[in-house]
Design a protein around this ligand. Structure first.
Ligand SMILES: [Zn+2]
Length: 567
C-alpha cells in the first residue's frame, strides 16, 4: 500500500515531516517525499499491477498511532458507573443535602435492590459537614449503601455496608496514613473509608463474563475510534484471573485488535511477597502475541484530596503526611527482585514523598549496578500521576531514567483541584504548582501521557485529543463558563507556564509511551521498519485552534497496516 500527498508528522527526529510512505507486511517499508516513495515502489514492484494500492490523501494529516500508557479497561467495566438505571449511577452533587436527596430518589426508584451504590461527586462538597453512616442509616437501614467519591479513593458506607464488608469497631487500618477507617472523637467508625479498604466494594457486583466482554469491546472500540493503537492497562483490584482469561479468549477470537500490555496490581502490603511469582504465572497462563505481561503495578500512595498522598512537607490543613503502601527499605528489596527478573515497574505516585522514595531506590540500584555490587539496572520504572513534586526532585526523572506518566486531561483543574482547594491542602505556594508536566518534560525526561479514566459516563475524557487540548491550554472544556465546552472561557489552571506544546503532547502520546513500554524500536513513530500504526485526520493538528482539539476524531485508524473498523 502506498500513501501519497499527505502531511505526515512522523515523530522521527531525523525526518519530522514526510509526504508519502509505503506499507508492506504490516510495516512501514519506506517513508519520504512523493518522489522517494514512488521510486521505492518502482524498485520493489512485483510486476503485478493489481498488487499495490496507491491512496492519494489530498493533504490530509497523518500521525503515529496513539499509545495510551495508563488506562483501566476491565476495572471501568467493574465499576460500571454507566447510567441511572445501572447498578451504580453517577452524580456530581454540589452539596451534602443534594447527595442525600439523590440517594433517597434512587432508593425510591429501585425499592428492591440488594444494595445501593452511587458515585456522589467530589469529596470537597462535604468540607465542614461530612456525610456519616448515621445520615445514610436514616435512609437505608438494612441493606448496604456505598457512596463513592469520583476519584475512587474513598467512600462512605452505612452501617449495613460496614457489616457486609466485615468492618467492625476494632478493624485495623491497612497502611498508616494511607488506607484507613475514619473514626470520630469517640473512636467510633464514621463510615468513611479510604484507599484499599475500598477494594471489597468492587466485589459486591461482579459483572458476568458476558457483561465483561461487552464492556471490554465497548471501551477498546471507543479508544480505537479516538486513535489509540496500544494500551497499557494499569491494573485491576480484583478478579485478575477472570479478567486475564477473558482477554486471552477474546484475543484468540480476534476481538482484541490493539496491543495490550497488562499489569499485576499490588494494592495491599501483604501482596508484595509472592507478587513476582504471581506475575510470572499470569504470563505463563495468559500471554498471547498481542497481550503481554511485562509490568508490575503498585498503588504506592493515595490522593492529596483525602490526605493519603505521601508528602515530604505536611498537608497545610491537617499537618499529616499521608503514607505509602510499603517502606522505602521494602520497596528497594522488591525493586531489586523485579530488576533481577527483568520486570518493569509502574507505580501510582501522587505525592512528593512517594516519588522521592521511588527515586531513592532507583538511585541505589543504579549505583549498585555501576559499582558491581549488584546487577546492572535494566528495568523501566514509571511514576504515574506525579501531582506534587519537590522542586529539588524534578531533575531526578531524567538523571535516573525514570519515566514520568501524566494524564493531561487533569491539567485544567477538573479533578476537584480548584487552586483555592489545592492551597488549602498544600499551602499558598505549593498549592499553586501542581501537575508540572511541562517542567519535567523540559528537563529532557521521558514523559508519557494517558487517559487514566474509569468513568463510563465521561467517554469524551477517554480521548487523547481531549487530553492534548487540556494539556496545551490548562483549561478544561467541562469547566467552560458558557457551558458549551468552549475551553477558552474556562479558568486557566496554574501555573500557566506548565502549558505543554503540541509537539510535546504528541511525543508523549506516541513515542514516549512506546519508550515506557520498551517497544520504541517497533512502534511510536512513522519510520521504515516499524509497525504501520497510524492515523489519518482531516484536520492538521498544528493548524486548528487548540480549543477545538477535543472535538478531533480520526477519519481512519490503522494497526499493523490494517484498517480498523471504528463504528
Ligand atoms: Zn490509574
Amino acid at each position: 500500500m502506498i500513501i501519497t500527498n499527505a502531511r505526515v508528522y512522523t515523530q522521527d527526529k531525523n525526518r519530522p515531516w514526510a509526504e508519502a510512505f509505503a506499507v508492506e507486511d504490516g510495516k512501514f517499508a519506506c517513508v519520504g517525499t512523493n518522489e522517494e516513495v514512488a521510486k521505492w515502489a518502482e524498485e520493489n514492484s512485483s510486476g503485478d499491477p493489481g498488487q499495490e494500492k496507491v491512496t492519494d490523501l489530498n493533504g490530509r494529516f497523518v500521525m503515529p498511532g496513539i499509545i495510551d500508557s495508563h488506562a483501566h479497561i476491565a476495572m471501568s467495566v467493574f465499576l460500571g458507573g454507566d447510567d441511572d438505571e445501572g447498578s451504580m449511577p453517577m452524580y456530581d452533587c454540589k452539596s451534602k443535602a443534594e447527595v442525600l436527596e439523590k440517594l433517597k430518589a434512587h432508593v425510591k426508584k429501585h425499592p428492591f435492590r440488594l444494595f445501593y451504590a452511587m458515585f456522589y461527586g467530589k469529596v470537597e462538597i462535604m468540607a465542614g459537614d461530612p456525610i456519616t453512616r448515621d445520615d445514610l442509616d436514616k435512609i437505608v437501614r438494612l441493606r448496604p449503601v456505598i457512596l463513592m467519591e469520583e476519584e475512587c479513593h474513598s467512600a462512605i458506607l452505612n452501617s449495613a455496608a460496614l457489616r457486609y464488608f466485615g468492618v467492625s469497631e476494632d478493624s485495623q487500618d491497612i497502611a498508616p496514613g494511607l488506607s484507613r477507617y475514619d473514626r470520630d472523637e469517640d473512636g467510633r467508625l464514621t463510615g468513611m473509608i479510604t484507599e484499599m479498604t475500598l477494594v471489597p466494594i468492587l466485589t459486591i457486583d461482579t459483572p458476568s463474563e458476558r457483561q465483561l466482554r461487552l464492556g471490554i469491546i465497548k471501551l477498546i472500540s471507543h479508544l480505537i475510534s479516538r486513535g489509540v493503537t496500544t494500551i497499557f492497562d494499569a491494573g485491576n483490584m480484583t478478579e485478575e484471573d477472570l479478567i486475564f482469561r477473558t482477554f486471552k479468549e477474546m484475543d484468540e477470537e480476534g476481538k482484541i485488535p490493539v496491543r495490550m500490555f497488562m499489569s499485576h496490581m499490588l494494592w495491599h502490603p501483604d501482596m508484595v511477597d509472592g507478587a513476582i511469582e504471581r506475575l510470572k504465572q499470569y504470563k505463563a497462563e495468559y500471554e498471547t502475541d498481542n497481550i503481554r505481561f511485562d509490568t508490575m503495578k503498585m498503588m504506592f500512595d493515595g490522593t492529596q484530596r483525602i490526605h493519603t498522598a505521601a508528602m515530604v512537607e505536611p498537608y497545610a490543613d491537617t499537618g499529616t503526611c499521608g503514607g505509602t503502601l510499603i517502606s522505602e527499605e521494602k520497596l528497594l528489596e522488591f525493586m531489586r527482585g523485579l530488576n533481577h527478573e527483568g520486570i518493569d515497574f509502574h507505580l501510582h505516585t501522587v505525592g512528593e514523598a512517594a516519588m522521592r522514595k521511588v527515586m531513592n531506590c532507583v538511585e541505589s540500584l543504579r549505583k549498585e549496578g555501576q559499582t558491581g555490587e549488584g546487577e546492572e539496572f535494566r528495568i523501566t520504572v514509571t511514576c504515574a500521576h506525579d501531582e506534587v513534586l519537590r522542586p529539588e526532585d524534578i531533575n531526578r526523572f531524567r538523571e535516573l531514567g525514570i519515566v514520568a506518566n501524566f494524564t493531561p486531561s487533569w491539567n485544567g483543574g477538573n479533578c476537584g483541584s480548584e487552586p483555592e482547594n489545592m492551597q488549602k491542602l498544600l499551602g499558598p505556594e505549593r498549592g499553586l504548582r501542581t501537575l508540572q508536566s511541562r517542567t519535567v518534560f523540559d528537563t529532557g525526561a521521558v514523559v508519557s501521557f494517558s487517559s487514566d479514566e474509569v468513568e463510563l459516563h465521561r467517554m469524551d475524557h477517554w480521548s487523547p485529543f481531549w487530553g492534548m487540548e487540556v494539556g496545551m491550554t490548562r483549561q478544561d472544556p467541562d469547566m467552560s463558563a458558557d457551558g458549551q465546552k468552549n475551553g477558552k472561557t474556562a479558568p486557566v489552571y496554574p501555573p500557566e507556564g506548565e502549558r505543554l506544546t503540541l509537539e510535546q503532547l504528541i511525543e508523549g502520546y506516541t513515542l514516549n509511551g512506546a519508550r515506557q513500554l520498551g517497544i520504541d524500536n517497533r512502534v511510536g513513530s512513522i519510520e521504515a521498519g516499524k509497525d504501520a500504526d497510524y492515523l489519518v485526520l482531516s484536520e492538521n493538528l498544528f493548524e486548528i485552534d487548540p480549543y477545538h482539539l477535543h472535538e478531533v476524531v480520526p477519519e481512519r485508524v490503522y494497526i499493523k497496516g490494517k484498517l480498523q473498523s471504528i463504528r
